[in-house]
Ligand binder design. Structure first.
Ligand code: BJW
Ligand code: ZN
Length: 241
């Protein structure tokens, strides 16, 4: 667990930082009851995210992929933001320059009230037509196993970035900008193995920003972290304000 001294130090740094960027991953939503990807509860049936979250898996068996998303949509629909999500809303309110980059697709940051954010892997409550490309909000739970576009009748897919797909140009650009401008990067609840987000701490370090990490466990690049706070996001993040 993070010590009182570590918390105090992090709090001092955060209070004096002018430009704060935050990167979050599944660990922050774990405290709301959403399973992480690489934790003990990360499997659905026998599948890993890497088996289902690819365009190839969807082309091969769209029903199976939609079944997985239906399961997750049903689960996430019952979950609410936790004190860590709420603390980041307060941080956004306090800082003149602030940006939140989330890898999470559950929409819990938005539900908490965060507005200055990029959902770089998309959002589970949006669908995209594989025919005409129309993107729409869809909160139906469960969706039919092969949902079709109301406009052109082609198959819909989740509006989510899968392995091997590029992130939106606009998000890549914005992330690069807020990482290069920040003087403090807060990294919360991510295993740091999925790119490009796995490279974000190193971008921030390149420009001399301080990197503070909050995680239950140690992560692959401790050399990029100036201050590591071990613990649950919901317990640690609110203490930083
Ligand atoms: C707690 C906690 C608590 C738990 N409190 N903490 C460069 C090098 C090598 C490979 C690549 C590369 N560039 C691109 C790639 C390929 C690929 C990639 O990175 N692969 C790696 C696996 C090696 N990346 C891509 O394909 C990306 N696209 C791209 O880069 O396009 C250009 C390109 C393409 C191809 C080749 C080269 C370039 C797209 C990545 C999209 C990832 N999408 C997913 C699935 C979405 C499906 C869905 O959600 O429906 O997004 S993968 C999955 O992992 C999901 C997550 O957002 C993402 C990150 O996971 P996260 O959040 O870190 O979760 P976990 O479970 O891993 O970790 C949880 C952490 O929380 C742990 O550390 C716990 O300890 C901690 N924790 N409870 C605090 N209470
Ligand atoms: Zn369509």
């Amino acid at each position: 667990m993070a010590t009182d001294d570590q918390i105090l130090l992090a709090r001092t740094h955060l209070a004096s930082a002018r430009n704060v960027t935050v990167l979050t991953g599944a660990g922050i939503s774990a405290d709301s009851g959403v399973p992480t990807f690489r934790g003990a509860d990360g499997l659905w049936r026998t599948y890993r995210a890497e088996d289902l979250a690819t365009p190839e898996a969807f082309a091969r068996d769209p029903r199976l992929v939609w079944e997985w998303y239906n399961w997750r949509r049903e689960l996430i629909a019952t979950k609410s933001p936790n004190p860590a999500h709420e603390a980041l809303v307060e941080l956004e309110r306090r800082k003149k320059q602030f940006w939140l980059i989330t890898q999470n697709v559950d929409g819990l940051h938005r539900a908490a009230g965060s507005r200055q954010l990029s959902e770089i892997h998309g959002n589970i409550w949006r669908v995209r037509c594989t025919g005409c490309g129309e993107i729409s909000e869809n909160r139906e739970v469960p969706l039919p196993l092969l949902p079709m576009c109301g406009r052109c009748h082609a198959l819909l897919r989740p509006h989510i970035v899968w392995f091997g797909e590029s992130l939106r140009e606009e998000d890549l650009h914005r992330c690069d900008e807020v990482l290069r401008d920040c003087d403090l990067l807060l990294v919360i609840g991510t295993s740091g193995v999925v790119y490009p987000a796995a490279g974000y701490a190193s971008v921030a370090k390149e420009v001399g920003a301080l990197v503070i990490e909050i995680n239950l466990e140690t992560t692959p690049r401790p050399d990029l972290v100036d201050l590591s706070l071990q613990g649950r996001a919901k317990d640690v993040v609110p203490l930083l304000l």
